[in-house]
Design a protein around this ligand. Structure first.
Ligand SMILES: Cc1cc2nc3c(=O)[nH]c(=O)nc-3n(C[C@H](O)[C@H](O)[C@H](O)COP(=O)(O)OP(=O)(O)OC[C@H]3O[C@@H](n4cnc5c(N)ncnc54)[C@H](O)[C@@H]3O)c2cc1C
Length: 598
C-alpha cells in the first residue's frame, strides 16, 4: 500500500490511519506564543500560591473553602478563558483553553472542580444556550460569581446515560416544567448555583436538557460522598421533587439532550487528556525530588538502574501524551475556524469540530488517564514506604488519578468509541480504510524477510509509522471479514483495535513533534528527544504487535494464520534499540535538573 504522502493540513477525524501527516502540519507545545505562555504562568502561579498550600484543607472539605478558591480563580479571570468577550470572557483559542486545563491539572481536587465548572458546567450553555440564556448565565459563570455543575448520571443510568428516568412534565399553563428524579455523582453539586440537568419530557425516549438554578423550588442535595481520591472535590446526589423550571430554561431543543451530552463528552475527553499533563509533571517532580534525596546502600536511590527505568518511563509517556494532545487540539481549533469561516454559528462550530475528532478525543482520554496512573503508581514505588504514607503528596496524587479512568465515559466505553467509530468509518466508506486495507492484503503475499529501512533518522520513523498503519489495517480488515456485524459484541477484539489505534496515534504524534523540534533545538539537546522517541517507538511496536496477535488469534482460521502473523511481525519490526541506555540518559537529564524540563 502507498499511504498517501500528500500534505493534508486538515485531516478528517480518524484519517491519520490512512494518511501521512507532515511535521510542518502539526502544532507542538514548543510553539506556544507569548500570550499563551503568560496565561500558563498565571495558571501555574495560582496553583502554586492559591491551591497547593491549601490542598490538605481542601481535601478535608473545610466548609466553603473550595467554592472560595473557585471564586478567587474567577476574580483572576481563570474561569473565563474560553468564554467569548461579548459574554465577559477572554475569547481565547481552543489550544489556549487546553493549555489552561493542562496547567490547572496540577491542582489535585481543585482541578476537578475547575474542569467541571469551566467544561461541562459552562460550555454546555455556551454551545447550546440561546442568546438570552448566554447573556444571563455566562458572565456569572465566567466571573465565578456563580459556579456550575452537570447532572447526567443517575443511580440506574451511568454508562448507559440515555436510560435515565428523571422526568420533566410541562405544566397546564405551559409556563414551567416540573422535574422529578434523582442524579448522582454530581461534581460541584455541593455548591453549584447553576446545574445543567438532563431529563425526559413526558414519554420521550430521548433526553432533554434544562438549566436549573440552585434556588429553584424542589431540589434537595445529599451530603458529600466519601471518596477514594479527589476528596476536596464536591460530589453529591441531587433529588428533584416537583422542581419547578421555567420553560425558557430548556437548553437546546426538546429531545436534543442526549446529543448535547455526547457532544459535551467529546470536549470533556480531550480536556481530560490535557488535564493529566499537569498532574503527571507534578508527580514526576515529586518522584525525582525524592529519588535525589533518599539514600539506601550508601547511595542515592536515583543512582539505581531500576529507579532510573521508572523515572525515564514516566517522562517518555508524559511527553508522548503531551505531543498527541496538542496535535489534536490544533486540529480541533483549525476545524472550529474553518466552520466559522463557512458561516457556522460559533457554538455549533465548536461542537462540530469536537465531534469531527471524536476518535482522537476518546483515545487521548484513555491514553492520558492510563499514562497518569502509570506515572503516579511508579511515583509511589519510588517513594517506597513513604509512598504509602498518607502524609505524602504522591499518595494523594495516586488516589486522585484513579477517577480519570472512570468519568468522562469509562475507559471501556471510550475504547468502544475508538474502535467502533473507526470500524464504522471503514464499513460506511466514510474513509477509504477498506480500500487501503485491500492493498495491504495484496502486499503481504510478497513480503520479504524483513523490511529494508532507511538510514535517515526521520525517514526511518515515517517508515515505522507507515508499517504500523499497515498492521492496523490488516487487523481491521480481517476482523471485519471474520466477525462482520458481530464485532460490536466482540468487545475484546474491539479493545485490541482501540489499543492499536491509540498507540499508533501517540507514536506518530511524538515522531512528528521530535522532527519539528529539530528547527528549535541544538543537536545536543535533540539527542534526548531522539532517545524518548526511540524507546516509545520500540515499545509501540511491541504493544501493537501484541494487541494485533491477540485479535487475529481470536478469529482467524488456521490456514491463514501463518501468513497473517508473518505480516504482523514484518509490519511491527523496528531496528534494534538499546532501550536501557536510552532510558538511563533520559533519567540522567531528569535527575540532574531535579525537575521535569523536557
Ligand atoms: C467522582 C465522580 C465524579 C463524577 N462527576 C459526574 C458529574 O459531574 N456529572 C455526571 O453526570 N456524572 C458524574 N460522574 C459519573 C460518571 O460519569 C459515571 O460514574 C461513569 O459514567 C460510569 O457510570 P457508572 O458509575 O454507573 O458505572 P457503570 O456504567 O455501571 O459501569 C460499571 C462497569 O461496567 C463497564 N461497562 C458498562 N457498560 C459497558 C459496556 N457497554 N461495555 C463494556 N463495559 C461496560 C464500565 O466500563 C465499568 O467498568 C462522576 C463519577 C464519579 C465517581
Amino acid at each position: 500500500m502507498n499511504i498517501s504522502t500528500e500534505s493534508k493540513k486538515a485531516l478528517r477525524g480518524g484519517e491519520y490511519l490512512i494518511k501521512e501527516t507532515l511535521a510542518t502540519d502539526i502544532f507542538i507545545p514548543e510553539e506556544f506564543n507569548e500570550e499563551q505562555k503568560m496565561i500558563a504562568q498565571t495558571c501555574q502561579d495560582f496553583i502554586d500560591n492559591e491551591v497547593l498550600p491549601y490542598i490538605d484543607r481542601l481535601d478535608k472539605m473545610e466548609p466553603g473553602l473550595m467554592s472560595q478558591v473557585m471564586k478567587k480563580s474567577g476574580e483572576l479571570g481563570l474561569l473565563a478563558v474560553s468564554i467569548p468577550e461579548e459574554y465577559g470572557g477572554f475569547g481565547q483559542s481552543f489550544v489556549t483553553s487546553m493549555l489552561a486545563s493542562d496547567i490547572m491539572g496540577g491542582g489535585g481536587s481543585y482541578s476537578v472542580a475547575f474542569s467541571a465548572h469551566t467544561g461541562i458546567g459552562t460550555l454546555t450553555i455556551l454551545y447550546y444556550g440561546n442568546e438570552q440564556q448566554k447573556q444571563k448565565y455566562l458572565p456569572l459563570l465566567g466571573s465565578g460569581e456563580w459556579l456550575g455543575a452537570y447532572c447526567l448520571t443517575e443511580p440506574g443510568a451511568g454508562s448507559d446515560a440515555n436510560s435515565g428516568t428523571t422526568k420533566a412534565t410541562l405544566t397546564s399553563d405551559a409556563l414551567n416544567y416540573i422535574i422529578n428524579g434523582q442524579k448522582m455523582w454530581i461534581t460541584n453539586g455541593g455548591f453549584a448555583d447553576v446545574l445543567t440537568v438532563f431529563a425526559k419530557i413526558d414519554n420521550d425516549r430521548a433526553l432533554s436538557a434544562f438549566i436549573v438554578e440552585r434556588n429553584f423550588p424542589g431540589i434537595k442535595f445529599n451530603a458529600e460522598e466519601k471518596k477514594m481520591g479527589i476528596k476536596g472535590s464536591s460530589t453529591v446526589q441531587i433529588f428533584f421533587e416537583d422542581c419547578i423550571v421555567p420553560v425558557e430554561n430548556l437548553l437546546g431543543k426538546r429531545g436534543e439532550g442526549f446529543r448535547i451530552a455526547l457532544n459535551i463528552l467529546n470536549l470533556g475527553r480531550i480536556k481530560l487528556g490535557a488535564n493529566v499533563i499537569g498532574s503527571s509533571k507534578r508527580a514526576i517532580n515529586l518522584s525525582v525530588n525524592y529519588a535525589n534525596e533518599r539514600k539506601q546502600f550508601k547511595s542515592l536511590i536515583s543512582s539505581f538502574g531500576a529507579i532510573q527505568y521508572k523515572l525515564a518511563e514516566q517522562v517518555i509517556r508524559a511527553f508522548a501524551n503531551e505531543s498527541a494532545v496538542y496535535r489534536a487540539s490544533q486540529n480541533v481549533e483549525d476545524a472550529i475556524l474553518t466552520f466559522i469561516a463557512e458561516g457556522m454559528e460559533k457554538g455549533q462550530a465548536n461542537v462540530e469540530a469536537q465531534r469531527k475528532y471524536a476518535i482522537e478525543a476518546a483515545l487521548l482520554k484513555v491514553y492520558g488517564s492510563e499514562m497518569l496512573d502509570y506515572v503516579v503508581d511508579e511515583g509511589v514505588q519510588i517513594h517506597g514506604g513513604m509512598g504509602f504514607s498518607a502524609e505524602t503528596q504522591i499518595e494523594t496524587l495516586y488516589r486522585d488519578s484513579r477517577i480519570n479512568r472512570i468519568f468522562e465515559g469509562t475507559n471501556e466505553i471510550n475504547r468502544s468509541v475508538i474502535a467502533g467509530t473507526m470500524l464504522g468509518k471503514a464499513t460506511k466508506k466514510e474513509l477509504d480504510i477498506l480500500a487501503e486495507a485491500e492493498k495491504v492484503m495484496a502486499e503481504i503475499t510478497e513480503l520479504k524477510d524483513k523490511p529494508k529501512f532507511s538510514q535517515e533518522y526521520y525517514q526511518l520513523q515515517k517508515e515505522y509509522i507507515a508499517n504500523f498503519k499497515k498492521a492496523t489495517l490488516l487487523v481491521m480488515k480481517t476482523a471485519i471479514d471474520a466477525v462482520g456485524n458481530r464485532i460490536s459484541t466482540e468487545q475484546e477484539i474491539q479493545f485490541n483495535i482501540a489499543d492499536i489505534l491509540m498507540q499508533l496515534y501517540v507514536a506518530e504524534s511524538l515522531a512528528l513533534r521530535v522532527e519539528k523540534m529539530e528547527n528549535l533545538k541544538s543537536q545536543q539537546e535533540m539527542s534526548i528527544y531522539k532517545d524518548i522517541l526511540d524507546v516509545l517507538m520500540y515499545e509501540s511496536s511491541l504493544i501493537i504487535f501484541k494487541a494485533a496477535v491477540d485479535a487475529v488469534y481470536s478469529y482467524s482460521p488456521e490456514n491463514d494464520i501463518d501468513k497473517l502473523i508473518n505480516a504482523l511481525i514484518y509490519f511491527t519490526r523496528t531496528q534494534p534499540v538499546n532501550a536501557k541506555e536510552a532510558r538511563r540518559r533520559i533519567a540522567a537529564k531528569l535527575i540532574e535538573e531535579n525537575r521535569y524540563k523536557f
